[in-house]
Design a protein. Structure first.
Length: 320
């Protein structure tokens, strides 16, 4: 308990120091991949690779609006992650991939973005359940050049992460998108987060968490999350993302998760703060000029997670 307290104290000091030094610009671009962390923790912290002790693959599909209407801007996005422990769980290995049409916006519309990253982590354990993980990722991303229609560039980036975990408590620091070739003059965001799981009666669980993101452009933004699991059969979540999930806009996600046996988990989420713009061309609206309106319509998000035991028997443990 004393060691846990010491680690927690130094983690909080390090978090404070990192955010005080937020004016130091680590130039990179914030991809929409980093906004998917509610269902893909690996996206913002490479130290997550292999931390669950099982092989896990996650696929996420986002679409807005669900049914396309005349003149409406539409968006569909796909995300994928895979991670697993190796070498007796002392190391972790993972991969990330994404393809989205809404990472950037310009006066002429929305540009596309895609990427792939390799993730690795090293675990250091001591005492009773103390685990510190150091992680890194290297990625290749396609960035459209705003203002030049039809052209794009491939650029590399790397990231670093730190995670401390003891039983139901975890605390993390990460900078997942550091690059020497910035796009659009964006600074690499720094993340700090903490999560805790309360185990209640009758196999009920409550997971709560806070995440802070610091960027040189937007300062500090704080997210909050809470997921309640009823009898380990249904998970109800609420996520307030001040860090944004759509072109920097705030998001309020409501989620529902259902485990389908030990291997599968199916989930759905909706952003209640999302909007889209519908434009009706001149003539169709009965007028000589086009008209547009902003309507409430957030992203519909569907995800599926598949897990496999790697020979250590940890697949049987329930993970809120």
């Amino acid at each position: 308990m004393g060691k846990c307290h010491i680690v927690s104290k130094y983690f909080l000091r390090l978090t404070f120091t990192v955010f005080c030094l937020g004016s130091v610009e680590l130039m990179a671009q914030q991809e929409s991949l980093r906004m998917m962390y509610p269902f893909m923790p690996l996206a913002i912290n490479p130290a997550e690779a292999g931390s669950q002790g099982i092989l896990t693959t996650t696929g996420l599909f986002r679409k807005k609006p669900l049914i396309q209407t005349l003149g409406a801007l539409t968006s569909s996005q796909q995300y994928f992650s895979l991670d697993m422990p190796i070498h007796a769980e002392s190391w972790g290995l993972g991969f990330l991939g994404y393809n989205t049409d809404q990472s950037f916006a310009s006066a002429m519309g929305v540009s596309s973005n895609l990427g792939l990253a390799v993730v690795g982590a090293k675990s250091f354990r001591w005492g009773r359940g103390n685990d510190i993980r150091l992680g890194a990722n290297v990625g290749l991303n396609q960035y459209p050049i705003l203002g030049k229609n039809g052209s794009s560039e491939f650029r590399t980036s790397f990231g670093l992460g730190l995670k401390y975990q003891k039983e139901d408590l975890s605390m993390e620091l990460s900078a997942p998108t550091i690059s020497s070739n910035p796009v659009g003059g964006y600074g690499a965001p720094l993340y700090a987060q903490a999560k805790y799981v309360f185990h209640l009666a009758n196999q009920n669980h409550l997971k709560i968490g806070l995440l802070m993101r610091q960027s040189s452009e937007e300062g500090v933004a704080v997210d909050a999350q809470a997921v309640f699991w009823w009898a380990e059969r249904l998970g109800f979540g609420l996520w307030l993302q001040n860090t944004g999930s759509e072109l920097g806009n705030k998001a309020l996600l409501g989620s529902l998760e259902v485990p389908l046996g030990k291997n599968f988990r199916l989930g759905y989420a909706y952003d209640f703060l999302g909007q889209y713009v519908s434009t009706i061309p001149a003539g169709l609206s009965g007028s000589s000029s086009s008209s547009s309106s902003t309507m409430a319509s957030g992203y519909h998000q569907i995800y599926i997670r598949y897990s496999l035991d790697v020979g250590n028997g940890k697949l049987a443990a329930f993970r809120p």
